[in-house]
Design a protein around this ligand. Structure first.
Ligand SMILES: [Zn+2]
Length: 313
């Protein structure tokens, strides 16, 4: 790489903690208005000097290993978990299900699938945004060798990327916990609809995995189908909190990392740390601070799309 190691640069980022206002009422007599929520943390416009450094990074490195996380999907309307003010944890007391709880408890599986059933039509229809499309285009032009995402929303595939590993699985697939049966999530939606013809609930908020908020009363009576092959319990093919990414998937990603010249990362620590050990050049784009900041040759704190749209290849 011809670019020398640059000091980490950070734009001053304003993280607002005003939270999310779904409803706005200006005068008590006016009807309630739905305000489209933004899940992108506020920050200042990207610094042109940072863009120039990233352009140089891209110009001098081919075969990129790209790693994305929740930050890339917030512009599609999907919140992340942890961003201050706008992430799920800041706005809701809902927390993602733990793997062991899901496996052990029928009640928790019922709650999970009822909420997922309500969230699915909306969650599955989120479109990819300009960042997903640019990375897909970069793959077609030979710049991206492999893309790894922590997201379970399938938006990189929807944008046309092929060389993708979904590190934490996908909400678009369902598996049996007892046998090797798998089915598309859309098929399960049909089964759930057939099993629950008179059950109905709605929710406005949505989590990064398609989860929504329902009361216990709303969940009562919701029926969950068993595996059509063995009668076992069905689970989305997502690596839940408290579970581990399968070892062969991690090794596969390490092999793709070995093949790459440089790393462009939007999220994730484990593979950045490995790339750092291998002395690969690392560029990091993320609003706010991350654990990996001091491993990156270049850190840009700005919106993914704003940065990517300014890069020419
Ligand atoms: Zn089964």
């Amino acid at each position: 790489m011809s670019m020398s190691v640059k000091a980490t640069r950070r734009s001053q980022c304003l993280l607002l903690t005003t939270g999310l206002k779904l409803m706005r009422r200006q005068k008590s007599t006016e009807p309630l208005t739905i305000v489209k929520p933004s899940f992108v943390p506020d920050c200042e416009p990207v610094d042109q000097g940072d863009v120039d450094l990233l352009q140089s990074f891209i110009d001098n490195n081919r075969a990129l290993f790209v790693m994305t996380g929740a930050g890339i999907s917030t512009e599609s309307g999907i919140p992340d978990y942890r961003s201050e003010g706008v992430g799920l944890y800041a706005r809701s007391t809902n927390r993602p299900v733990q793997y062991q709880d899901f496996v052990k408890s029928e009640k928790i599986r019922q709650r999970y699938w009822a909420r997922n059933f309500v969230g699915w039509p909306r969650f599955s229809s989120f479109p990819p945004n300009i960042s997903h499309k640019i990375l897909s285009d970069w793959e077609k032009k030979g710049l991206v060798h492999w893309l790894v995402t922590q997201n379970v929303d399938a938006l990189h595939f929807k944008a046309g990327s092929h060389n993708v590993t979904e590190l934490h699985g996908s909400s678009h697939r369902v598996m049996c916990l007892s046998c090797n049966f798998k089915m598309p999530r859309t098929q399960l939606q049909n089964l759930l609809t057939e099993l629950n013809p008179s059950w109905h609930a709605e929710s406005v908020d949505i989590a990064p995995d398609g989860d929504v908020q329902l009361t216990q009363e709303q969940i009562e009576g919701f029926k969950v189908p068993a595996c059509p092959k063995c009668g076992g319990n069905l689970k989305p093919e997502i690596v839940f909190f408290g579970d581990n990414v399968p070892k062969d998937r991690v090794n596969f990603v390490f092999s793709r990392l070995d093949e790459c010249e440089a790393v462009l990362v939007f999220s994730g620590y484990r593979f950045v740390s490995k790339a750092f050990e291998q002395k690969k050049p690392i560029a990091l784009v993320n609003i706010g601070n991350t654990r990996a900041d001091n491993l990156a040759n270049l850190k840009i704190s700005a919106k993914c799309s704003e940065v990517l749209m300014k890069i020419h290849i």
